[in-house]
Design a protein around this ligand. Sequence first.
Ligand code: K7E
Ligand code: CUA
Length: 862
Amino acid sequence: MRVKNLLKALPIGIILSSFCFAAYASSELDAIMKARGLSEKDILAAAKTYQPSGRKDEYLVFSSGGQSGQVIVYGVPSMRIYKYIAVFTPEPWQGYGYDEESKKVLEGGKINGRAMTWGDSHHPAFTEKNGEYTGDYLFINDKANPRLAVIDLKTFETVQIVSNPVIKSEHGGAFVTPNSEYVLEASQYAAPLDRNYHPLEAFENAYRGAVTLWKFDLDKGRINETESLTLELPPYNQDLSDAGKGVSDGWAFINSFNTEMYTGGIEAGLPPNEAGMSRNDHDYLHVFNWKKIAELGKDPKNVKVINGHRVVPIEVAVANDALFLIPEPKSPHGVDVSPDGKYLVIGGKLDTHASVYDFEKIKKLIDAKDYAGKDTFGIPILDMKKSLHGQVELGLGPLHTAFDSKDGVLYTSLYVDSQVVRWDYKKLKVLDRINVHYNIGHLDSMEGKSTKPKGDWLLALDKLSIDRFNPVGPLHPQNHQLIDISGPKMELTYDLPIPLGEPHDVVSIAADKLTPKVTFDIGTDSRTEKPSPYATLAGQERVERDGNNVTVYATMVRSHINPERITVNKGDHVKIHLSSLERAQDETHGFAVDSMNVHASLEPGKTVTVEFDATEEGVFPYYCTEFCSALHLEMMGYLMVKDPNKQYAAVDAKGTKLTPEQLQAQYKKIVDTNKATDAVIQTVVKYLKEKGYEKYPAVNSMVTDALDQYGKIPEVKSKADAAASKGDLDQAVLWENQVWQYMVKTADVGLRAKARLARELATPMSEAAGRGEKAYLRGGCNGCHVIGQVSSGPDLTGSLKRKGEQWVYEFTMDPESKFNEPYTKGMIHYFNLRMPNQHMTSEETKDIVEYMKWIDNNADLF
Ligand code: K7E
Ligand code: CUA
């Protein structure tokens, strides 16, 4: 049973005492609750959402980043933020927009040749199969500059941006058809599709709305621009959209406002847009058959080519029964299709109702050609009453809707009332409501836009946070609230301040549907996801010159950049291709050159390029920007920019020289150190091999990393030996030092692998022993005692056998009582330390004894 369900089933008293194993802990909890002013409800909310260190979340949430142009990734139920994915806006720490590979992706989003360095991202969407999320790719739209981005969820990187060739502003994207055939992007503010000047007086004639069907190639993971097409729509301001599924598969739906086609004119003394655009009682829900539109678009007879892009005109869609309108209460906002595809729920925004349309009724009217009339553009209008399943009064400002796993149950956000309403769209009745803080926009249940929404959690995306958080200046964070919807009453459990942009919408997915890579294959261009033509392996590092173009093929591995000196002429154009030779998880390097405004992030295996003009003469240090190892600061080099027309005076290198004896001593010392270090490594290797480390994937990958470092030693060692035999001890010492660097890295990972393996092989700990280990660590006992080794205190292995359980218990409770025993006296003398009284409780001490029993049972492993 899931923890939260368990919590629900038990009365609070039992819960609290089952959280806390010992009586003392319960009183400690009481004390904390009192001191912090927490209620039992707070403690429950914490227990439902808190993830202990190392525990992973059940769901990952992908939130639009609003005007930041990015995507924010966080976990449910913990609400911990995991990542900002750079999409429409350069993000230097990821190298995005500062290296050449990512600049190419951003370039796809240029509009009329102008680079766009920001976006207004609104609606993320996953790839789908049969209407269920697949977790392969994520799409997100840019409302400000109509564009669509593709993020690969293997790498969590943006791999493609396409710019819409005909529309000028958009909102109804990104909505994916149930098998990821197309990604829909509908316009918002009508404009001339030819992108030319047409006076506003020509609004009805020359301005148009539109919906673009971006063709997605699932195998390639990219949008195919030439196979994409657009359906022309009237110049009503189209709003949110959704693709049909199940019974409505093949169809899609778009809301609208301003069917009045009002164009404002406040400055000319005319009433403002807000008055003119909401004058009529009704606007139109657009219903169109995207499958038919895609078919029609294949025949050149059926399309107008605008800006090199195929557009299916309204008349063609109408003549082929592919486009209809249905009146809807004025200026609605969201349209959401139910999981089975049968119902369309429309949030009234200016109307207190939500309207539920029945697709089967709509389809019947269409099939019978039962029309209530036609609009100005000749589009058939279906009767509203005949299409409706019903309406429910929800409250002020209904915007968006999310579905529950329970049949007929759904949640609608009330922007003005700051509430979430749970209601039944089949039976048309309200079930529950909860206040949120404040002015909620979108909301989402887990996998809420798929055919299989989950009924455990709901996210409320609140536009205003006002007083919820510590004030951080007039620009407030947004507030994402986590609501437990698994019980009969909705329960608020967590507030997450969103520190980036105004996120409009989120999509969420079961974490186990995602299979992200942990490293790249060596030499990968992460943006094309193919081997980079510039991949450089160890030994291939070089600098090439072609006229004024200097190309550097460089590598990075703990802890050096090769080359460490790059000399160019003033005026040269410099390109540096960098390859990370790391194979170990999370060993990222960064690369920056003084004052050149370039930055790259090199995750293990990545190849990336930075490019700049060396316009000024001077010295420009370059360095690794990630604290990647103890020798990270040493991971640097110099870019020397010379003026080819200048003569530089020769310099006399000064510096203190070692005497031959000193040099000999230094050489001997480093050689001895290396031998000793290697001996340690060999014992670790022997242990790992004997215990069959290959069978444990986590250990195996650490050992691979350790051996990777160790494998670099022979080459360096032979250089050391060659220098020594030539009598160049200076060079020999330097190369031996490099041997030591590799050994330290090997030993570091090797010892971690050993500890991990010991843990894998050990017998399972009893609950008491587990608590004992925690008490042992909390008490800081590991400061003096190292299991399996004599350290600044004795090795605890075997001490129970030597002294007996009772003695160990008494000694831990009150060390001083034993200081006069000859055994203890001897120990104090040997270690020159007395065991301090850690004031453990009797329970804790008993647990520690259990932990020591576990140690003894596994003594051969330590
Ligand atoms: Cu309602 Cu852009 Cu989906 Cu904002 S949108 S809230
Ligand atoms: Cu590599 Cu720091």
